[in-house]
Design a protein. Structure first.
Ligand code: CU
Ligand code: ZN
Length: 363
């Protein structure tokens, strides 16, 4: 429970009501600890609220389904989706976007689609977080926010696909649609950046330059297919231009959320057709400076939310890449912790110790 901004999370018992129409009760098996959870817990997010149960990178087993639920049934392994897919709204019916419109407003306010909560304590409702609230043994979620994945997918790996990893993979595969033989630059080697490196490799990129401040993370990037690992500096743009005949890279990716780095990613994109994909999330109110002449001369800039991934359709396919041996996600799990150690997960993240702490739940 996030009881109060800036205070450690409180591990305690709360009530969880049965799933209603279109909802599903999930028993969590694993859950990643992500930056967005810590950002909200800190109180820095102006749209955050408390009390709430945090967590959004969950994998688990369907325990019980409410009325009308057809796409999952008890015993199925699922990955939680903070970015749902109703398959019916205008956006879901378009191949151009993954931003489902079905439950956005209620989800942002902390409610399930019918405008109420299943979480409560002593009769007082507790709001859900990102429609997921997976720092818990059980959660109730809308059916449209669950991706059914292979039962063979180990939950501690599967949960990584609930957020940053799919965001990075999708940025390269869906949003940029990297072409074989191209040169790519990925700024940032956290979960999103490493996913983007892997996505560029899977699309057949010839050269993949990863830029980060940590030599350890650049080593992980090499393991995902980066051909070059550069320590980031103000000279990075000049270096990209120098190594690409003065033109820039075919594809650049920004995965730090820092607007100064975003600017470098734009300026590193190739004249004529370079595409810069912004996958990092900047702080509220921040702006990105772009010299318009860069756009007139053929560079393009686009954003990618959850990698453009339509979750129920595509997360199972991305998990399959792991099961088929095309993607090694094991090095991303740096620590396995229990739910009662969730605050330690935040501390490890603050110290930038490893890529992901994963909470695992014993039965
Ligand atoms: Cu996340
Ligand atoms: Zn939709």
């Amino acid at each position: 429970m996030l009881e109060e901004f800036g205070a450690p999370l409180n591990v305690t018992d709360v009530e969880l009501a049965e799933p209603r129409t279109g909802e599903v009760l999930v028993r969590l098996e694993a859950c990643g600890v992500c930056h967005t959870d810590m950002y909200t817990a800190s109180g820095a997010d102006p749209s955050g609220y408390a009390p709430t149960v945090l967590g959004h990178e969950g994998a688990g087993i369907v325990e019980q389904v409410g009325e009308g639920v057809r796409s999952v049934s008890p015993g199925n392994r699922v990955v939680t989706l903070f970015s749902p897919q109703c398959r019916e709204c205008e956006h879901c019916r378009s191949p151009k976007t993954n931003l489902c419109l079905a439950i956005r407003d209620q989800q942002n306010l902390g409610y399930l689609p019918d405008g109420t909560t299943r979480l409560s304590r002593g009769g007082d409702p507790i709001r859900h977080f990102m429609g997921t609230s997976t720092f818990a043994q059980y959660t109730v979620m809308p059916e449209i926010a669950l991706a059914r994945v292979s039962s063979e997918a180990p939950p501690d790996r599967a949960c990584l696909f609930a957020c940053g990893l799919s965001t990075g993979l999708g940025a390269a595969i869906n949003t940029a649609q990297v072409e074989a033989g191209s040169t790519c630059v990925v700024f940032g080697a956290g979960m999103v950046g490493l996913g983007a490196v892997a996505g560029c490799r899977l699309r057949g990129a010839e050269r993949i330059i990863c830029v980060d401040l940590s030599a350890d993370r650049l080593e992980l990037a090499r393991g995902q297919g980066a051909t070059d690992g550069w320590i980031g500096s103000p000279d990075t743009v000049a270096r990209v231009l120098e190594e690409t005949g003065g033109f820039g890279a075919d594809y650049t990716f920004e995965a730090t959320g820092l607007v100064d780095v975003m600017r470098q990613a734009v300026e590193s994109a190739r004249m004529g057709w370079g595409l810069c994909t912004i996958a990092g999330v900047a702080g509220k109110g921040e702006t990105l400076d772009i010299v318009p002449r860069l756009l007139i001369t053929g560079r393009r800039v686009c954003g990618s939310s959850f990698g453009g991934v339509k979750g129920r359709d595509q997360v199972p396919q991305l998990v399959q890449l792991y099961l088929d041996g095309d993607l090694n996600v094991d090095p991303f799990i740096s620590h396995r912790i229990g739910l009662d150690e969730v605050n330690r997960g935040f501390e490890l993240m603050e110290r930038q110790d490893g890529i992901r702490s994963v909470i695992t739940f014993d039965r």
